[in-house]
Design a protein around this ligand. Structure first.
Ligand SMILES: [Zn+2]
Length: 501
């Protein structure tokens, strides 16, 4: 799946810092405004959102906001029918200050102007008509909202009018006691009250409320929450178990993952699709979840999830240069994690590898001049270099590190080292090469010179032989067959079955 995230800049470092501040200072949510007030003259912006059981598609929002003289809502509404943006669904807007109505004018593109600049906080009250969750959105409902009659899924930008200031926000929901709510924001001790540490966190996310299947896994302070809507809820056990196994494996690779929260939403639709947000994502699946379909749905989720570390937390200076690493390694780790955790069996893994590597060799045969490093400049056209070539590079590098360190280290150590070095500052391509050498214990830059920024094809057969597969194939037909041989010692190390010595 294409990684739809945009470049992340420093948002996570800000978030991580904020998280620690929250954890250290906010034992009581009611203390938040006074604790935060040192940072600004005004108070923290707050939202109170009321949704009633008898009208689940109307959100009544009461906000106390820091505003100059403009109010905004996101214009990023993925449907041509709503060119004005998310303000298209706002009703009965009322703006007051000191109990006086403030005259305001709607400009265009979800922007309002107040009669004069405001020195005090402004009260903004409005309804959001969530009936757009019942429409079928061409881009996929995961990009807007979904209502199944019992629960509502929405992108968070649909709810919030704001003053444009990048500050932290408190959001409180007043919902029926029988309902649940899942949000990716930070919990406070007050019921259904959350903190979004900055504007992007507030707007570029997704949430679910109502009646649905809700569960979570927590490890090392990292909380993963799952929300399954409608009939998908029937498969929650299968889904939760798969996700829990995958999350645990990834957290073992990245034990220093900062305490954080991530929300995953899933519901059935007519197409397989997915959208990644700031620290949440949402999937739609066209087929019912089944254990024999894990290679599709669990793999898709593992791939997207791995991006949280490999593309979001680990920061790259160049988007294009890193695509082979970002996509190829995410897919490699998704496939291998499914195999290692028993979510797929060996024949399924083998079949997947045959397709990936057969297409890589075929691409390389047709496009000898395209290097992995440059392939990201045209990701769609060079898909089989970016994804499949990146996968082949991950396998080759994994085996190279295992061999050079006599089994003491593997690609997990490389990923961990990248994480330790590049969550605050971003890495250049040369840093990635140097880090691989650092982990391997000797200079392995030749590998990158040949296969990543060089034009040589990665020696697939040689690498597959090392992990116990004989290879047959017809390159021009992108055909490949792996025939299992007697397991090699290297295969056991590659599968991480033997503890490192
Ligand atoms: Zn991806």
């Amino acid at each position: 799946m294409n990684n739809k995230r945009k470049s992340t800049g420093t948002k996570y470092s800000k978030y991580i810092l904020f998280l620690f501040i929250v954890l250290i200072s906010f034992n009581d949510a009611s203390a938040i405004p006074s604790e935060r007030s040192v940072a600004r003259n005004k108070d923290e912006s707050r939202y109170e959102i009321t949704i009633r059981e008898d009208s689940p598609l109307t959100a009544h929002v009461k906000a106390r906001l820091n505003v100059e003289d403009k109010l905004y809502m996101s214009t990023n509404c993925p449907n041509y029918d709503y060119p004005e943006g998310w303000s298209s669904f706002v009703r009965d807007l009322k703006i007051t200050s000191q109990n006086k109505n403030l005259l305001h004018k709607y400009e265009t593109k979800s922007k309002w102007t107040l009669e004069s600049p405001q020195s005090d906080m402004v009260l903004v009250e409005y309804n959001v008509d969530l009936s757009f969750t019942k429409i079928k959105w061409d881009v996929g409902n995961e990009q807007a909202g979904h209502f199944d009659g019992r629960a509502v899924y929405i992108v968070s930008k649909a709810l919030f009018i704001h003053g444009g200031e990048d500050e932290s926000f408190q959001i409180r929901f007043d919902i029926p006691d029988t309902w649940e709510i899942s949000v990716p924001w930070l919990e406070t001790k007050e019921k259904n009250t959350f903190i979004a540490p900055n504007l992007e966190f507030l707007l570029e996310n997704s949430l679910v409320f109502g009646k649905y299947s809700r569960s979570s896994v927590i490890k090392n302070g990292f909380q993963f929450e799952f929300a399954l809507l409608g009939e998908a809820a029937e498969s929650s056990k299968l889904f939760d178990e798969a996700f829990t196994r995958i999350v645990r494996e990834f957290l073992d690779i990245f034990p220093k993952t900062p305490p954080s929260k991530f929300l995953v939403t899933m519901f059935y639709s007519t197409q397989d699709d997915g959208e990644s947000f700031y620290n949440s994502n949402a999937f739609t699946l066209s087929k019912r979840l089944n254990s024999d379909g894990s290679i599709i749905w669990a793999n898709q989720m593992a791939h997207e999830l791995f991006h949280y570390w490999s593309s979001d937390l680990i920061k790259a200076a160049s988007y294009e240069d890193r695509q082979w690493f970002s996509e190829g390694f995410a897919e490699y780790y998704a496939n291998l994690t499914l195999l290692r955790t028993g979510l797929i069996d060996e024949p399924t893994f083998r079949s997947k590898s045959e397709k990936i590597l057969g297409l890589y060799l075929n691409f390389k045969w047709r496009n000898a001049d395209v290097t992995l490093k440059d392939a990201g400049k045209s990701k769609g056209k060079n898909r089989f270099a970016v994804y499949n070539g990146g996968w082949a590079a991950a396998l080759a590098l994994d085996l190279l590190i295992i061999e050079k360190t006599k089994g003491r280290k593997n690609l997990d150590d490389f990923m961990r080292k990248m994480f330790e070095k590049y969550t605050e500052t971003s890495y250049e391509y040369e840093d990635l090469v140097a880090t691989a050498s650092e982990v391997a214990g000797e200079d392995i830059s030749g590998f990158f010179r040949s296969y990543v920024d060089g034009k040589e094809a990665i020696p697939i057969e040689e690498n597959l032989n090392k992990i116990g597969y004989k290879v047959y194939g017809v390159i021009y037909e992108a055909e490949m067959y792996l025939i299992p041989q007697k397991p090699t010692g290297l295969r056991e190390l590659w599968l991480r079955k033997k503890p490192v010595t």
